[in-house]
Design a protein around this ligand. Structure first.
Ligand SMILES: [Zn+2]
Length: 439
């Protein structure tokens, strides 16, 4: 016992020694200048050619006309120049709907009772890197094993691993037996439900507060049934109006935004009336729902890639899903693009989100192509993936556009996405918080 304690103290001493040594060595400023052939600093405005982005200590220090050199920046020393003269440069994209610890498999039921929190954290950090490499420098993770998700988020924040900035929800708030619960096991196999499961307004306040206590940046709840849960309840409303009001009110009182998973019309409208900040999926919305969206100012996060993925699998891979899940997938998947089209034409605010984890991590950019196919202009799709998603996440001060004082989250592609959106399927330069991830 004493021997163990001794070695622990040695380990702590070594750790502190290393870190303090590093802190001393890191004192001088780091400078980078990016020469951008075409720069779209703000997706709402036209891009400009021949621009220089000056980065100091991982933040944008200035953006100047023409290709400047180190000598043009007063006080800059040991400047690294990055040449992107034949590239289209823009702000890193933001995926507002991911499940970074998950990857949908045909063995979902076995996985649910065999994968440990540590395994989720390890594999999730690999998935996070894949999403970053695809040009997404920030993600909003809307549900998963919270200890693992928070660990990945914190390790990225502390520069222990490289990944996208993560805004995380903790456990999904769900009614017992609902879409966010795990269903279909013998009671002794599954044990106690996680702390996100609640019934009644008071208990749901407890569930929200519990997520915040353990580190949630925002709250996600299920207003309606979902496609992938092993439960044949369809996609109608699952929480009562009173429960939804309690969830949203409690989260907002504690300074957290709220995302509601919602497919059925009644459930979407209940969530909007409760005051949610975003509706995820929104499959069965109609013109009436659009009016309510505009009244409350909530965002729609369309997740078309999830719809496409589950339809493809239900059609081409028999046995992958349980029969009740396959039936829901074929029913709900095809209508999601139609819902986005109605919402877009009706002037609903739209933020980019894929449901990555249902789809394979790293193909997140395919959502851009699907949004264009659903009727959005390329420019509006780029706004949804940058400016609007930053606003939804409450991070407009630091991400979403490239401007003085903002984080150096920068990507580049070979072609102009305003004419060829598919160029963003594989960005060939990615920088997150001033660190180059892909070049
Ligand atoms: Zn989801």
């Amino acid at each position: 016992m004493l021997k163990k304690l001794f070695w622990m103290l040695v380990a702590i001493g070594v750790t502190i020694g290393i870190f303090s040594g590093e802190a001393v060595a890191k004192k001088s400023d780091t400078w980078i200048i990016i020469h951008a052939g075409t720069l779209m600093a703000d997706a709402r405005k036209p891009p400009r050619s021949r621009q220089s982005i000056v980065i100091k200590n991982r933040k944008i220090f200035d953006i100047r006309n023409g290709y400047i050199s180190a000598a043009d920046v007063a006080g800059a020393e040991k400047v690294k120049i990055i040449e992107l003269k034949n590239r289209f440069v823009m702000a890193g994209m933001i995926d507002s709907h991911t499940h970074v610890t998950e990857q949908m498999t045909a063995h979902a039921r076995e996985k649910a009772v065999t994968t440990t929190e540590s395994e989720y954290a390890l594999i999730g950090s690999v998935y996070a890197r894949r999403i970053l490499n695809a040009g997404f420098t920030t993600i909003r993770n809307v549900g998963g094993p919270r200890e693992a998700v928070f660990a990945i988020r914190n390790s990225i924040r502390k520069d222990q691993i490289l990944g996208p900035r993560i805004v995380a929800s903790g456990y999904i708030i769900s009614p017992l037996g609902g879409h966010g619960d795990t269903n279909g096991f013998r009671p002794d196999v599954f044990g106690t439900p996680n702390s996100g499961i609640c019934n009644g307004a008071d208990d749901c306040r407890r569930a929200v507060r519990d997520q915040i206590k353990y580190g949630a940046d925002m709250i996600k709840y299920v207003a309606t049934g979902g496609v992938l849960s092993k439960i044949a309840t369809g996609t109608g409303q699952q929480f009562t109006d009173a429960e939804q009001a309690a969830i949203v009110q409690t989260a907002h009182m504690m300074g957290r935004k709220v995302a509601a998973h919602a497919h059925g019309k009644a459930g979407i409208e209940a969530a909007l009336r409760a005051g949610v900040d975003s509706i995820e999926h929104g499959s069965y919305l109609d013109e009436g729902t659009v009016k309510l969206f505009r009244k409350t100012g909530a965002y729609l996060v369309p997740t078309l890639l999830a719809g496409k993925t589950v339809v493809d699998i239900a059609t081409n891979k028999p046995g992958f899903f349980l029969p009740e899940v396959a039936a829901k997938a074929k029913r709900v998947g095809p209508i999601m693009a139609h819902a986005l089209n109605i919402a877009y034409k009706g002037g609903v605010k739209i933020a980019f989100g894929t449901d990555s984890g249902v789809s394979v991590h790293g193909i997140n950019g395919q959502e851009l192509v699907l949004m264009v196919k659903a009727g959005m202009s390329r420019k509006d799709v780029l706004i949804a993936a940058t400016v609007s998603a930053a606003d939804l996440l409450g991070l407009s001060d630091s991400i979403g556009t490239l401007a003085k004082g903002k984080s150096a989250d920068i990507i580049a592609a070979r072609a102009n996405p305003l004419t060829d959106i598919s160029t963003l399927l594989k960005p060939d330069f990615v920088m997150v918080r001033g660190v180059v991830a892909v070049k």
